[in-house]
Design a protein around this ligand. Structure first.
Ligand SMILES: [Fe+2]
Length: 212
């Protein structure tokens, strides 16, 4: 079960994902609304086992302390070690969640520490991939890293993989890899130079194409 929370901020999205068999749950980016997420989890008998951040930007991490105060679960981001198991949050790491698992995919670009989470066929993309857009970067090394992360780590996933981004900035809150592959203007760019060119001219592109 996946519950999406519109937490506030800049249309930030937080998520609670529950392993139905065991009621063990993971929270991603509680951000501006940790209390609602913790309340929902306890009202539904969920045992929050992990809290993760997609990256270390304050609009994604600012609910961590409140969430930990309520639930006792400390948020983990890229490079952190889970104090209970000793497991490090690193690319390729797999965290058990009842009968489900959480695979960490390191996707640098928007930030060097950006990570995505694959749980079943649900992919939580933070600020690297949005519906119809991609994460903000510089127009140099960050953009190049993001291009590689998108094409080599995310677009290689099955088309039916569901995409749950860190902000609700598209025409729908969620999408699929296939839909983004076919419609996201940044992903339709066939090489990194034209990807960067679109980033540089995004304001004009949006105006031309009536994108908000
Ligand atoms: Fe961010």
């Amino acid at each position: 079960m996946i519950k999406t929370f519109h937490t506030g901020g800049d249309r930030n999205l937080g998520y609670l994902i529950v392993d139905d068999a065991t009621k063990k749950a993971v929270v991603i980016d509680p951000s501006y609304d940790p209390t609602s997420i913790a309340d929902f989890a306890s009202a539904n008998g969920c045992v929050v086992t992990y809290v993760f951040n997609t990256h270390d930007h304050p609009d994604h991490t600012n609910g961590n302390n409140t969430f930990e105060a309520i639930t006792g679960v400390r948020a983990l981001k890229f490079g952190d070690v889970n104090p209970l198991s000793g497991q490090t949050v690193a690319g390729g790491a797999v965290f058990a969640l009842g009968e489900s698992s959480i695979r960490i995919i390191h996707t640098p670009g928007h930030t060097p520490d950006s990570i995505c989470f694959l749980i079943g066929n649900a992919l939580f993309t933070g600020d690297i991939l949005f519906v119809g857009k991609v994460g903000g970067t510089d127009l140099d090394a960050g953009a190049r890293a993001e291009y590689v992360s998108l094409h080599e780590k995310l677009l290689t996933l099955p088309g039916e993989t569901r995409v749950y981004p860190g902000h609700d900035v598209g025409v729908t809150p969620e999408s699929t890899i296939q839909h983004e592959r076919e419609t996201n203007p940044f992903l339709l760019r066939s090489d990194v130079e034209s990807f960067i060119e679109l980033k540089a001219n995004w304001a004009e592109y949006k105006k031309e194409h009536g994108i908000e």
